[in-house]
Design a protein around this ligand. Sequence first.
Ligand SMILES: NC(=O)c1ccc[n+]([C@@H]2O[C@H](COP(=O)([O-])OP(=O)(O)OC[C@H]3O[C@@H](n4cnc5c(N)ncnc54)[C@H](OP(=O)(O)O)[C@@H]3O)[C@@H](O)[C@H]2O)c1
Length: 252
Amino acid sequence: MKLSFIGNGAMAKAMIRGALKKYEIEVYGRDKSKLDALNLEFNKALHVKLLSDGVDTTGKCLILCVKPHALKPVSKFLNGTADALISVLAGISLQTLTQTISARHTVRAMPNLAAAHQASMTTLTGDSSFKQEAQEILQSIGQTLWLDSEKELDIATGINGCAPAFLAIVAEALADGAVRDGLKRKDAYELTKGLFNGFAPLLNASDHPAHIKDGVMSPGGVTAAGIEALESHNVRHAFIDALHKAYKKTLK
Ligand SMILES: NC(=O)c1ccc[n+]([C@@H]2O[C@H](COP(=O)([O-])OP(=O)(O)OC[C@H]3O[C@@H](n4cnc5c(N)ncnc54)[C@H](OP(=O)(O)O)[C@@H]3O)[C@@H](O)[C@H]2O)c1
């Protein structure tokens, strides 16, 4: 099976890195030099083509990976009816997609940059008759979670789409905290990476995040002192608000 990427930016590249292990891939973009550079990164394993030459979408499985504002201009180059359209455009509804690009099945997906390591947590929603195929395609870049509505997908975007950036701030701040008290920066970053690597299996094995906290937080102990500081700075509210603001932004 062949996947046809429309767009050659950061998300397309991350997805291609994962998907190339399983699928033949063609990429349509507007800039020949960027397309050639991308192809070189993948040892010329891609078929790269200029959007401006037009795309006969008939029977293709399109993965739409351009900026949301580019939907209209890009659609002008697409002719025919695709077999499927999978769009990763944040905040662009199924209704807008089906009105703009002709496809037998339309699905929205929200992957994240971990796709490049086949570790994306990708949410999906849309035409349920294409659910199994869409999940199979997106599982080439990690795990998938099919959601029942676009509202849920837009809310979830704060976690799987945006939170890699939020967690990057957490990782950087933890390292800064240790550097502040004298740990070498190189060691602080190495420790932080190890922490995140170890935290993933802990969270996977746990029924609730609070169980991990309770397991570490002994009475009157070192962790309890740190947690008191986090709570006094309203860390929970900061994350809840970040998720809420991200959701509101997808609706604009
Ligand atoms: N980055 C993430 O973590 C993430 C996560 C989930 C979803 N997404 C979604 O992924 C999509 C792409 O994001 P990105 O991070 O890959 O952005 P990006 O690196 O800036 O890439 C954007 C792509 O859109 C193309 N483009 C922009 N305007 C265009 C136009 N008028 N006509 C044709 N092509 C145009 C760009 O072409 P040029 O290179 O020629 O400028 C580039 O290929 C967005 O819709 C975003 O919502 C991103």
